[in-house]
Design a protein around this ligand. Structure first.
Ligand code: N7H
Length: 449
């Protein structure tokens, strides 16, 4: 069993509050910073154990993670054995397919030393925690950037900004999630946590790095009215199996095929032509599929789910057995709901007037096997999954081609070789950083002494 009182709470279950603030800082006075961190902050870091029951959940949750340059500034020079982490995300930007001019300046370079993750249901509690940290550290640290995430208001709570239910497909960690849901991927603890069995670099890390996890942060801007217009403009003709579909229904179907799930969460692999909200909401059914069907050729048949659908690119299920390339996602939407003008603007003039998107967070024991692998080897790779005919194309949600046109096959049920082209990205990377989220004891006994 895992040491749940020592593992930071966001990693395995997420802090699950309505609001979450990401506070990115640099350290000016390492000695003073360490001392205050040790005495005052460590006791307030929220553990996994605290989040397991509502009776132990704090009103304000606090987690903390460091970049490589942050650890070095505190005198911690040991190599954690993760190359993307050691270099920082900025050095990885072109490899990920990012357009550098879209990066927020705070992330460009290696200036960020750490991030506080602060979560609560009320914004006054968030503000109070920020004030407490800023008063405590004073000029020992400098705020470089903040981003506030917020769960969307009902009925869209739990849905990301394009309108799709999120947080359905997460791996079950053996020994922690004791009863996996049907179809849920079960991974060894070491796929998410460093230094646990299943960590592919188990032996090559310092001892104190046990029960930490690498945190990937990405600010992913979403062009929501533009995406809705894209679906209306590019919706294929009504499928022969459902000839009377309206334009709105065809656009809805196209969106579902790009994601691999309907907005309710129901997988197109199980319900290819209509949404089924009851199925979408049922965790015993909504993961119980693997893209294979009896009498069906998984390498040529896209009538259920396109090869390039987002959830198929990011978890290929029967397309491939991939026990190591799994991540635990803990992101939250950011930015306002659509304004009336954005929501009702007619098709010819749809433009986002404010920034919104996903404050993406993933945890994994190796960034090059987790986030970086899924982004570059799967989402951005037109030939993934291998052996498919026709070639799958890009993940049109977050696959990247350095800003150039992307396409996918299989978007039209009746015409699988037709390439759906997306001329500009509707999810735009504003950059981010690679962090290490250490165990609470490592912060107390190693990093802050
Ligand atoms: Fe994705 N979306 O709204 O389309 N994602 N994602 N994602 N994603 C998932 O299964 C979305 C992003 C994964 O186990 C769902 O929870 C958007 C990145 C993985 O079946 C929806 C953005 C990465 C899964 C979205 C975005 C991933 C997954 C279905 C960016 C990094 C689980 C709900 C703005 C590797 C797959 C669910 C599984 C699911 C959306 C980004 C990965 C609706 C809008 C950067 C592993």
């Amino acid at each position: 069993t895992l040491n749940v009182t020592d593992i930071q709470g966001d990693i395995l279950i997420g802090m699950k509050k309505k609001l979450e603030l990401f506070y990115f800082f640099s350290i000016n006075e390492p000695k003073a910073f360490k001392k205050k961190l040790h005495t005052y902050v460590v006791p307030r870091i929220t553990s996994t154990f605290q989040l397991l029951s509502t009776s132990t959940q704090p009103i304000v949750c606090l987690n903390l993670a460091f970049t490589r340059t942050g650890l070095v500034s505190l005198g911690i020079t040991a190599n954690l054995g993760d190359t993307p982490f050691n270099r920082g995300q900025f050095a990885d930007a072109s490899n990920l397919g990012d357009v550098l001019s879209n990066w927020i300046s705070a992330f460009a370079g290696t200036k960020v030393h750490g991030v506080f993750l602060i979560a609560s249901d009320s914004s006054s509690n968030l503000v109070a925690m920020v004030k407490w940290l800023e008063t405590l550290f004073g000029t020992d640290m400098t705020k470089l950037y903040t981003l506030q995430g917020n769960i969307r208001p009902p009925p869209n709570d739990g849905h990301e900004m394009f309108g799709f239910l999120d947080g359905i497909g997460q791996p079950a960690v053996a020994g922690f999630n004791l009863v996996p849901a049907p179809g849920q991927q079960v991974v060894s603890p070491g796929v998410i946590l460093t230094g646990e069995p299943g960590d592919s670099r188990l032996g090559s890390r310092p001892k104190w790095a046990k029960d930490g996890s690498f945190l990937v942060f990405r600010q992913l801007k979403q062009l929501v009215p533009e995406f809705n217009k894209f679906l209306l403009d590019n919706a294929p003709p009504a499928p022969t199996a459902s000839p009377s579909m309206t334009l709105a229904e065809r656009a809805e179907l196209l969106g579902a095929r790009i994601v691999g799930r309907w907005k309710s969460g129901a997988p197109v692999d199980l319900t290819p032509l209509v949404d089924n909200p009851t199925m979408g909401a049922n965790p015993l059914i909504n993961n119980k599929f693997d893209f294979s069907h009896t009498g069906f050729n998984i390498n040529t048949d896209q009538t259920h789910c396109p090869f390039a659908a987002h959830i198929r690119k990011t978890r290929p299920r029967a397309d491939l057995s991939t026990p190591l390339n799994a991540i635990m996602r803990a992101g939250i939407p950011y930015g306002p709901e659509l304004s009336r003008a954005e929501a009702f603007s007619n098709q010819s003039s749809v433009l986002s007037s404010s920034e919104r998107g996903l404050a993406f967070v993933s945890y994994q024991s190796n960034i090059d096997l987790g986030f970086q692998f899924i982004q570059t080897q799967w989402a951005n790779a037109i030939n993934f999954a291998p052996g498919k005919n026709p070639v799958p194309g890009f993940d049109l949600i977050f696959g990247q081609n350095a800003g150039a046109t992307r396409w996918m096959s299989g978007a039209d049920i009746d015409n699988p070789t037709w390439k759906l082209k997306m001329l500009f990205d509707h999810v735009i990377s504003r950059g981010g950083e690679y962090f290490f989220s250490p165990s609470i004891s490592a912060i107390r006994d190693v990093i802050s002494v």
